[in-house]
Design a protein around this ligand. Structure first.
Ligand SMILES: C[S@@+](CC[C@H](N)C(=O)[O-])C[C@H]1O[C@@H](n2cnc3c(N)ncnc32)[C@H](O)[C@@H]1O
Length: 235
């Protein structure tokens, strides 16, 4: 058992165009591939959608959008013509990434905003699915409770994949130098596992009105998945 510890991550404080940040975002794609996170979320949302493609999707803390592109490639062609909003404090979605979404017939727009501000402002927002990958672990419990409350008011389905907080993942995160990750990624990987999740921690923070089916579990070696789906007929 490792106690949850939240500390600042270097990628969040480095300027977006700092060469170490650019390299670390590239590393992050490799880390996501090693963790298998696109598959972890794809399986959950395909099951949740029950064969009816979701049309409106919001990804929180989307970074450069490349994780979502990987996920989109798994969901297409079952989910065509998705309207996608990528929300991140940084506006770092490249032209190539936007074109790759277009090629899948996904209409992707990026919004540079703090997710708390954006969700609070968008009281009219109602989407089929909200996703988050390697994002929730940035926040301490009170902020997370607030974020999940906002999310639950904007969608019927939320799926997140986060670092699994347990000793083997912590050990593995210290070895990322061997697959070529830079100092920023190595620092942030260890910090992310310490701030990750174990057991039903996110379920405990989800608003408790009983109208939701909650599933939370470790997946593979390094990932922790949380899925909240509104029960049929629940408000
Ligand atoms: C570890 S990265 C994950 C990026 C992406 N989801 C992925 O898997 O590649 C976390 C992202 O969260 C963003 N972020 C952190 N706090 C945020 C906030 N309060 N509002 C919006 N974005 C935030 C950072 O800018 C960063 O791009």
């Amino acid at each position: 058992m490792i106690n949850r510890q939240i500390e600042p991550e270097l990628l969040d404080v480095l300027p977006a165009n700092d060469p170490r940040a650019i390299r670390s975002r590239r590393d992050l794609r490799r880390v996501n591939a090693l963790m298998g996170n696109a598959g972890v979320i794809a399986r959950a949302v395909l099951e949740a959608s029950g064969g009816r493609p979701f049309r409106q999707v919001v990804d929180l803390g989307a970074g450069d959008g490349r994780f979502m592109l990987r996920l989109a490639n798994r969901l297409w062609p079952a989910w065509p013509n998705v309207d996608l909003t990528l929300v991140d404090r940084r506006d770092i979605v490249s032209v190539e990434t936007r074109r790759a979404f277009e090629a899948l017939s996904w209409n992707a727009r990026s919004v540079a905003a703090d997710v708390f501000d954006w969700l609070s402002r968008r009281t009219d927002l109602r989407v089929d699915l909200v996703t988050a990958n390697l994002f929730l672990h940035h926040f301490a419990d009170p902020a997370l409770r607030r974020l999940l409350e906002l999310v639950s008011g904007r969608t019927n389905c939320f799926a997140a994949c986060e670092p699994r907080r347990y000793p083997a993942a912590l050990r593995a995160s210290r070895w990322l130098g061997f697959v070529g990750c830079n100092a920023v990624t190595r620092h942030d990987a260890v910090a992310s596992v310490r701030a990750g999740f174990d057991g039903p921690e996110l379920s405990a923070l989800w608003p408790g009105n009983g109208g939701w089916r909650l599933r939370e579990e470790p997946v593979g070696w390094f990932s922790h998945r949380f899925v909240a789906q509104r029960l049929e007929g629940a408000k």
